[in-house]
Design a protein around this ligand. Structure first.
Ligand code: OGA
Ligand code: NI
Length: 354
């Protein structure tokens, strides 16, 4: 094994614990990928904020318009007054902190080099065999749907209460996701159950990202620019900044609003909405001071669902043509996971040439 691979096996947490003063070569991004101050934090622009409680009141039409416009222009928004129990958000953040503090040999019981979205995985980079540059993070991922004792028994059994707290969190995520599915359907002019049905058996994947402080944060990334491959994503942040969104060729730092979620559209909703809703490129930068966590729930179709542009959406568009080929979600995921993030499978390969 060369030293390049040794660094992969070691991971960002181990490097931080060892007190390295320089980022090893395996974590250094090529110049054009590095977080450059110039392209960030364009003042005056912030993600839209959607207040879920307003869907019940007089302002319903207006907030529906805001949702539509957020999904069309940013593909990202903050969600406030979402009804997700505060206690569940706090408990989850606390228990995942404890997980990442566990000794490496315990976490490594769950180590896998490559993801599938189907099994619990402790990971040190997206694809440990193929990534040319490793991410400055470690993470825990596992599916959360359909919830059964059998599924839960595949999750980490440490720390104490992890399974209990993650079960509660997963149920709350699903409840929120189902509300969003209905609203997103309506916002596209579809019947309320449209996306719910299109996703068939549904899939829900929890990914907990842990970004340790980095001695040279300008040389590396927590996760490099990518789009999310599922339907949409529900992100819980802590108060440490790091998430950045690409808009009009610039990176925007996403602020964190206490108790809010960040929601973003993934590739499957871009396809289903025939490109009206955008699956936007985003990344995470790291810093030299503070550890950052993000608790990310990917919600989308079951593996056996075929995703295609909705005929009803196509009919509303000027060209009235499908812009994307349909795809079996299992095939999409296989392409996604079997490549390194450098060769990431891209939604553009499904675009129908004009
Ligand atoms: C992801 C992701 C960003 C973050 O896990 O897909 O984009 O803020 N994470 O951790
Ligand atoms: Ni993402």
């Amino acid at each position: 094994m060369n030293d390049f691979n040794d660094f992969y096996a070691e991971g960002a947490q181990a490097l931080f614990d060892r007190g390295v003063k320089e980022v090893p070569r395996a974590y250094i991004q090529p110049q054009h990928e590095r977080p450059s101050a110039a392209a960030r934090l364009v003042p005056g622009k912030q993600l839209p904020v959607i207040d879920l409680s307003r869907f019940h009141g007089d302002g319903r039409n207006q907030v529906m318009e805001e949702l539509k416009s957020a999904c069309e222009s940013w593909g990202f928004f903050h969600l406030i007054n979402h009804g997700f129990p505060d206690s569940s958000m706090k408990a989850m953040l606390e228990v995942v902190r404890q997980f990442f503090e566990l000794p490496a040999e315990i976490k490594m019981r769950f180590f896998q080099k490559i993801g599938t979205g189907r099994k619990a995985r402790y990971g040190l980079s997206f694809n440990t065999e193929l990534d040319r540059v490793s991410d400055w993070k470690d993470f825990l991922a596992h599916p959360c749907h359909p919830l059964s004792d059998e599924l839960i028994s595949t999750w980490p059994d440490v720390p104490l209460h992890y399974r209990e707290i993650a079960t509660e969190y997963a149920k709350n995520v699903r409840a929120l996701a189902l509300r969003l599915l209905a609203l997103l359907s309506e916002s596209l002019g579809l019947r309320e159950s449209f996306i719910y049905e299109a996703f068939k058996g549904h899939h829900q994947l929890l990914v907990i990202n842990h970004y340790p402080p980095c001695p040279q944060p300008d040389l590396t990334l927590g996760v490099r620019g990518h789009t999310d491959v599922y339907g949409f994503t529900i992100v819980q942040h802590d108060d440490v900044p790091g998430l950045e969104v690409m808009k009009d060729g610039s990176w925007y730092a996403v602020s964190s609003i206490p108790n809010a979620f960040v929601i973003n559209i993934g590739d499957q909703l871009e396809i289903l909405s025939n490109g009206r809703y955008k699956s936007i490129k985003h990344r995470a930068v790291v810093n030299s001071e503070r550890t950052r966590f993000s608790i990310v729930s990917f919600y989308g179709p079951s593996h056996d669902a075929t995703i295609a542009p909705a005929a009803e959406v196509i009919r509303q568009q000027p060209d009235q043509k499908a812009e994307y080929r349909e795809i079996l979600f299992e095939d999409y995921l296989r392409e996604f996971f079997s490549r390194g993030l450098d060769n990431k499978f891209n939604i553009n390969s499904l675009k129908i040439k004009k």
